[in-house]
Structure formats: structure tokens, C-alpha cells
Design a protein around this ligand. Structure first.
Ligand code: NAD
Length: 358
């Protein structure tokens, strides 16, 4: 029997509650599909500061490096707001991404049928379904380039530099091509090649790789046009490939289309298939400990883990289908509806319902 080793970082606030539900669903899925999962729970963020004095203990890094995959809840909260900047919970998050060399950020924007009303877009624009994957480069570009502030002849100026090597572009482009092959085989690369040299290298590199993936249809869009097309006709997109800064902005725009922060999963991938999977929301300290959190983003993060790190695509589909069915009968407070026949449930019961539908 296949046996996977998962490092679990529950984190702070609602982290432990939502991760427990995701584990419940993963255990049920493993049982159905005939594989086993071992969990190693480690500390990250505020919980790690309380126990060890630092947000990212070495034991956490070692466990993640030895694992097949990492599941994370969320970190942070008012309790640790007075910590110095380099010892805050969020430092643990950046630190673990860096330690694992996670250079690809995957953010799906999906609308589940029963939640169509939650989208700010009109139903005729959303169409029958919406399922976009933004693949964002995470460790290069302008956020990591040369920067500075200087004053010459009394005039102050500041600069940041966008620099990408061919290797960095190739590495992230291959993630996006592989992703497109597992999905609807359409890849849209987004850049600003009409203005930026770095974008022209980006576009040329994507075009050079394209013949290696003949089944993937490749297109290019300028980032300003892409921002417009996302709200004009989002269904035209399958996989969007883009740089760190453009991806930061476009992935937030795309995720808003789905309407609810409690529904959105994400993955950060490094070399060798190791991935870190987490909901995009934070630790929601305002509702922590009340059994009110929506666990579906974390449960959907497990589906991404099964698909992209553990090569269990059918198990991933089962979880996504169970989430869609669960929404027909039950909702947590953040996605509540007045429809008859749909119950308001807590975090644990939502986990039970999804697990029961696997
Ligand atoms: P947040 O995402 O935690 O919460 C924003 C709002 O959304 C809150 O009203 C919250 O109750 C609600 N919400 C979030 N997730 C929900 C869920 N699953 N179910 C129901 N409602 C949900 O953002 P914030 O309030 O800006 O940040 C709170 C803490 O989380 C801060 O310390 C912040 O630094 C941290 N944070 C961590 C991460 C992470 O771990 N990846 C990401 C963002 C923020």
C-alpha cells in the first residue's frame, strides 16, 4: 500500500480547527482509494514562538524537507503583534517557503455552482462554470531585484529592478505547462512585452518551450489586457502563467471572482515535487475557537496536494465533488444562504459532511 508522509503545520487562530477537518477528509479519502497517510505535526508561527521562542524551529524545517508534502493552516494573531519584526509569526511563513525553495505559487479561482451568487460578476459573465489556475513565479522578479533610495542634487528617488534569468522563467513555465496538461490544455502567458525587456525574454522563453508541449495551446496577453479580460470574459482562461508582481495582482483579482475567502486553496511548489498547501485566508482570530470557520479552503488544499504532489488525481476529484455536494445541503456562516433545505453548520460538522460524501 502506498504510504505518504505529510508534515502538518496547524498554526494559529482557526488553523487547528480547519486543518483537523482537512485531515478527517484526507483520512476518509485514503481509506477509499487504498493508500495510507502518516502525519507529523510541527510548530509554525505564533504557536512556535510560544513553545520555542522562534516562529520557525529547525525541527519544523527538517520535518518538511523529509515529507512528501506539507499542509498548513494559517499563522498570526494579535497575541504576537508586539513581537519584533524579525520574530513575528509571518516570518515563519516566509522562512519555510524560502527553506523549501518554493518558487511556484498556484492559486485556483473556482466557482462552485451553489455559490454563484457570491461572485461580484453577473451570472451571464461567469457562464456555466469557472475554473482558472494562476501560476505565479514566487522567488524572483522585482520583489527580489536590486533596489534602493538615493538623493542626487537634493532630488530624492527610489528604484526597484525587474530581472529574470532564462532558468527562472523556464522553471516556472514548465510548472504551468505541466499544469495545463493536467487540465484543459490552454496556457496564457501574461507579460508586458510591449514595454519591458524582461517580459520580452519571458515571452521568447515560453515560446521556445511550447513545441515540447504540443498538446497545450499557448497564447500571450499583456498584463493590462489580462486584468480587463478577467472580468470581461473569465471563462476564456484555463492556466495563467505570470511573473511575481503581475501574479500577485492578477491572482487576487481572479480569486475575488469566486466570492468567498473561505473557499480558496493554494499551493506553493518547489523542485522534486515537494509542495506546501494552504488556504489563502489568514488565521481569522475574530472567530477562532468558535467552531465557526469555513474549513473548505483547507479541504480543497488537500485536493490540490493529492493532484499536484501525491499523484492521486481521482482522490482529488472525489474531494472536490464532495465539497460541491456539501454546499447543496450545508453552509458555514461566511457563505450562509437563505435558501430552504440548506443548513447553517459549524466547522466540525462541515468536515463531517464532506468526509461522509467521499
Ligand atoms: P483573515 O483572512 O484571517 O480574516 C479576514 C476576514 O475573513 C475575517 O473577518 C475572518 O473572520 C474571515 N475569514 C477568514 N478565513 C475564514 C474562514 N476560513 N472561514 C470564515 N471566515 C473567515 O485576515 P486578517 O484578519 O487580515 O489577518 C488575521 C491574521 O492572519 C493576521 O495575523 C495576519 O497576519 C494573518 N494572516 C496569515 C496568513 C497565512 O497564514 N497565510 C494570510 C493572511 C493573514
Amino acid at each position: 500500500m502506498k504510504n505518504y508522509q505529510i508534515t502538518v503545520l496547524k498554526g494559529d487562530g482557526i488553523g487547528p480547527e480547519i486543518v483537523d477537518q482537512a485531515i478527517k477528509v484526507l483520512d476518509r479519502t485514503a481509506q477509499k482509494h487504498g493508500f495510507a497517510v502518516n502525519y507529523d505535526c510541527q510548530l509554525l508561527g505564533g504557536a512556535a514562538i510560544d513553545a520555542t521562542g522562534v516562529p520557525l524551529p529547525q525541527a519544523t524545517v527538517d520535518s518538511c524537507k523529509a515529507a512528501d508534502s506539507v499542509l498548513l493552516g494559517a499563522v498570526g494573531g494579535p497575541k504576537w503583534d508586539s513581537q519584533p519584526g524579525n520574530n513575528r509569526p509571518e516570518k515563519g511563513l516566509l522562512g519555510i517557503r524560502q527553506a523549501l525553495g518554493l518558487y511556484a505559487n498556484l492559486r485556483p479561482a473556482v466557482i462552485f455552482g451553489p455559490l454563484r451568487d457570491a461572485s461580484p460578476l453577473k451570472p451571464e459573465i461567469i457562464g456555466d462554470s469557472l475554473d482558472i489556475m494562476v501560476v505565479r513565479e514566487l522567488t524572483g522578479g522585482i520583489y527580489f531585484g536590486d533596489r534602493g533610495t538615493e538623493e542626487v542634487n537634493g532630488v530624492k528617488s527610489a528604484y526597484d529592478t525587474e530581472r529574470y534569468s532564462v532558468q527562472e522563467i523556464e522553471r516556472i513555465a514548465r510548472v504551468a505547462f505541466d499544469m495545463a496538461q493536467k487540465r484543459d490544455r490552454r496556457l496564457c502567458s501574461v507579460d508586458k512585452a510591449n514595454v519591458l525587456d524582461s517580459s520580452r525574454l519571458w515571452r521568447a522563453t515560453v515560446d521556445r518551450l511550447a513545441p515540447e508541449y504540443p498538446e497545450v495551446a499557448v497564447s500571450h496577453l499583456y498584463v493590462d489586457n489580462c486584468a480587463m479580460q478577467l472580468v470581461r470574459d473569465p471563462a476564456q482562461f484555463d492556466v495563467i502563467l505570470t511573473s511575481n508582481m503581475f501574479g500577485d495582482i492578477l491572482s487576487d483579482e481572479a480569486s475575488m471572482i469566486s466570492g468567498s475567502i473561505g473557499m480558496l486553496a493554494s499551493a506553493s511548489l518547489g523542485s522534486g515535487g515537494l509542495g506546501l498547501y494552504e488556504p489563502i485566508h489568514g488565521s481569522a482570530p475574530d472567530i477562532a475557537g468558535q467552531d465557526a470557520a469555513n474549513p473548505l479552503a483547507t479541504i480543497l488544499s488537500v485536493a490540490m496536494m493529492l493532484r499536484y504532489s501525491l499523484d492521486q488525481p481521482q482522490a482529488a476529484k472525489d474531494i472536490e465533488a464532495a465539497v460541491a455536494k456539501a454546499l447543496d445541503q450545508a453552509r458555514t456562516r461566511d457563505i450562509a444562504t437563505k435558501e430552504t433545505g440548506v443548513r447553517l453548520v459549524g466547522c466540525q460538522e462541515m468536515g463531517d459532511i464532506v468526509a461522509g460524501l467521499i
